[in-house]
Ligand binder design. Structure first.
Ligand code: C5P
Length: 202
């Protein structure tokens, strides 16, 4: 039950979440969706709190995941994610999770580059913006959200630009990450590739 960290980064709606959950389940590892941390801070900013204070007093055990999955919260998350003090407040929790005995999968934007530069396995899961927007559109419609394909594509592009363009911990593949482009892949294919990469590092 040694520690073993799998870092999975990539842009919004590339399939990171699905791949991460499947890798964790297949290998019996714990999973942390680090986007939820930023979403929780974003949600608290939308209710009028100071984002840095919110990040310092976060309680991941009390997250209401459904509420955090909305699009306004996602946009708020990418806005507070540019603040160095917010990011710094979330580092210790993520690193402790990454080193828990038995193995851990963390997915986000800066896991392989900043949070866990020594992760045993690193993946960069990506897809074209159009493909990601279409997947996100279907997902949001499935939940009954009132969205349009163009609106979702615009939001995905805005979030990409903010996440890749920020000065602190911008979204980019780690030098030693294996990139999986899921644009033309089924979920099963993407998961099989990811599991194969992780197994090859064990
Ligand atoms: O992955 P998810 O879409 O839930 O992330 C929401 C936002 O949180 C992202 O757009 C990004 O700005 C921010 N984030 C981050 N670093 C992470 C995870 C998420 O900056 N490790």
């Amino acid at each position: 039950t040694d520690a073993f960290t799998v870092a999975i980064d990539g842009p919004a709606a590339a399939g990171k979440g699905t791949v991460s959950r499947a890798v964790a389940e297949t290998l019996g590892f714990a999973h942390l969706d680090t986007g939820l941390l930023y979403r929780a801070v974003g949600a608290r900013m939308l209710s009028g709190e100071d984002p840095v204070a919110a990040a310092r007093t976060l309680d991941p055990a009390a997250f209401d995941e459904d509420r955090l999955r909305s699009d306004p919260v996602a946009q708020a998350a990418s806005e507070i994610a540019v603040l160095p003090d917010v990011r710094a407040a979330l580092v210790d929790f993520q690193r402790a999770f990454a080193r828990r005995p038995g193995g851990a999968v963390l997915d986000g934007r800066d896991i392989g580059t900043v949070i866990c530069p020594d992760a045993e396995a690193k993946l960069f899961v990506t897809a074209s913006a159009e493909c990601r927007a279409e997947r996100r559109y279907r997902e949001l419609r499935g939940k009954g959200a009132e969205v349009t394909p163009d609106g979702v594509l615009e939001d995905v592009r805005a979030r990409d630009a903010r996440d890749s363009g920020r000065a602190v911990a911008p979204l980019k593949p780690a030098e030693d990450a294996v990139t999986i482009d899921t644009t033309a892949m089924s979920i099963e294919e993407a998961v099989a590739r990811a599991v194969a990469v992780v197994r090859s590092r064990r």
